[in-house]
Design a protein around this ligand. Structure first.
Ligand code: BGC
Length: 372
């Protein structure tokens, strides 16, 4: 049943694309000089890639991988990052320019997933296909596909790692004192990571195993604007002063990614307190080192190479007029439609399984081996 539904969605989507793609006569089309294929588009077309500001290493890597991978596949790659200031408006302009320049597919890692409806609709109207990359684009029917790691599972894994780490390292029985951090409110992933983690942690808060000493358990209270390290560090400083000034020991912190994990650890160290169990995500180099040194407890391996490959595979399928592979047609309701998704599997990484987890990531494996 799921399979049938999935095929039907893909056919409708490709069919709709082929129709608009063939019938639209538009000016300024520098998308490709070759022959249009029956349903797809020219094999040397321009593919736009709009990425957010570089709030973690994965975004830096993704740009390079898209440049190389799309060129290797025969396309013209137009890869743009939104600058750190005026990011939303700049990204809107970049996407609009890609549309005007006749990009056949536009892959978007959104800065603010709620503020791109106008631009993706313009893309759709021009006959381009829109793929949301890593972050969902919300409240618009004009997004065709979503390629991402399973974000809810990322949260589940982070919640479980926090529990495992506490059992391993707290040095005492429950209850454990913890604090919760989440990502930027303008990123649709933030709530999904948090909800995934809370699915694991909430029952343990309810039964008294975990105690959020500050009482801040609502996502709005835990948010880290812009995914910025300094914001997480400031909040941790405040939490330490407000809730951990006496003998109260902080045992663990749910951190949604590595950049914030390191900022949280810095705050605790600067306060002269013992480093708690801290989770992360992204397998950033400095965090992998920290894990191997026994400081940060965990991270998540979301291999950017695999996700970029998957997005490029979607582009190739669209180019040939083939069905686009998706493996989830129910999880990602963006407020206007359920976006057909291809979700990859995230992997939890601790010191214990690091060598195994990075077996296919040579640069990280080398770091792990250097600690052996
Ligand atoms: C990504 C994370 C990343 C965060 C900050 C999220 O949308 O999924 O991997 O850590 O953005 O850049």
């Amino acid at each position: 049943m799921k399979k049938m539904l999935l095929t039907a969605t893909a056919i409708v989507a490709v069919g709709a694309f082929a129709l608009t793609g063939c019938s639209s006569e538009r000016g300024g089309d520098t998308g490709g000089s070759g022959e249009e294929t029956a349903k797809g588009f020219a094999a040397d077309s321009t593919i736009g890639v709009a990425l957010p500001d570089k709030t973690s290493e994965n975004w830096v890597l993704a740009g390079k991988l898209f440049e190389d991978g799309l060129a290797e596949a025969g396309f013209k790659a137009d890869v743009q990052y939104a600058p750190a200031s005026n990011t939303v408006a700049e990204q809107q302009n970049q996407i609009q320019a890609m549309v005007t320049n006749g990009a056949k597919v536009i892959i978007i890692g959104a800065k603010d997933g709620k503020q791109l409806a106008t631009q993706v609709q313009a893309a759709k109207d021009a006959g381009a296909t829109v793929i949301a990359y890593d972050r969902l684009i919300e409240n618009t029917e004009a997004v065709d596909y979503y390629a991402a790691f399973d974000n809810f599972k990322v949260g589940n894994l982070q919640g479980q790692a926090l529990l495992d780490g506490l059992a391993e390292r707290a040095g005492h029985e429950a209850p454990y004192n913890i604090e919760l951090f989440s990502g930027s409110p303008d990123d649709a992933n933030s709530a999904v990571f948090f909800d995934g983690a809370m699915e694991v942690l909430q029952p343990k808060i309810d039964d008294g195993t975990l105690k959020v000493v500050s009482g801040q358990t609502e996502i709005a209270q835990t948010a880290t604007e812009g995914w910025l390290a300094e914001n997480a560090q400031n909040r941790m400083d405040t939490l330490l002063t407000g809730s951990y000034s006496g003998d109260t020991v902080l045992d663990g912190v749910l951190s949604p990614n590595d950049t914030l994990a390191r900022a949280i650890i810095t705050s605790v160290q600067q306060a002269g307190k013992p480093v708690p169990v801290v989770t992360g995500q992204d397998s950033e180099v400095e965090s992998v080192k920290s894990i191997m040194e026994g400081i940060q407890y965990s991270t998540i391996n979301k291999d950017t190479t695999l996700l970029v490959e998957q997005a490029i595979k979607m582009v190739q399928q669209l180019q040939k007029g083939e069905e686009v592979d998706v493996n989830d047609t129910e999880s990602y309701d963006n407020g206007a439609k359920v976006v057909p998704a291809y979700l990859l599997d995230p992997v939890i990484v601790t010191k214990e399984n690091a060598a195994e987890a990075y077996a296919n990531v040579p640069s990280l494996l080398e770091i792990v081996k250097s600690y052996e």
